[in-house]
Design a protein around this ligand. Structure first.
Ligand SMILES: [Zn+2]
Ligand SMILES: [Zn+2]
Length: 132
């Protein structure tokens, strides 16, 4: 299975995709946190939110865009509060864009590239049964 995630080399600007939780029903993995675990190859979620300056525990697999990666959608692990900070909300509050910490793992969100690809699914099915 080829790598289906990127690891940010340094603090990078990211933006929450507006309303993505409404538009994106859970994938075949069960939820976006499980999706992140499977395709990142991690055994557990990070101990803290990926946003610079935030040390809250993670709540959500957030749909984001990463600066320099075009319109590609990724999942990164965030606290709920940071996941609600859309570009529009930040602008309104006169806050700067979100930065994700160096080392943040951003998993591809596109289902056809990940869990809906049957060759990948065969590989992860077994791992998923271990977390459930
Ligand atoms: Zn999935
Ligand atoms: Zn946070």
């Amino acid at each position: 299975m080829s790598h289906l995630y990127i690891t940010l080399p340094c603090d990078s600007e990211v933006s929450n995709i507006n309303g993505s939780s409404d538009r994106s029903p859970y994938c075949r993995c069960g939820d976006w946190t499980k999706h992140w675990l499977k395709f990142s190859g991690q055994k557990k979620v990070p101990s803290a939110c990926c946003v610079v300056g935030c040390n809250n525990p993670v709540d959500d697999g957030a749909h984001i865009n990463v600066q320099g990666e075009g319109k590609k959608w990724f999942i990164a692990m965030m606290c709920h509060e940071c996941n609600m900070k859309t570009d529009a909300a930040l602008k309104k509050a006169s806050q700067p864009p979100l930065l994700a910490k160096a080392g943040t793992i951003c998993v591809f969100a596109n289902r056809s590239e990940t869990c809906d690809d049957n060759s990948n699914w065969e590989n992860i099915k077994e791992m998923l049964s271990e977390i459930e």
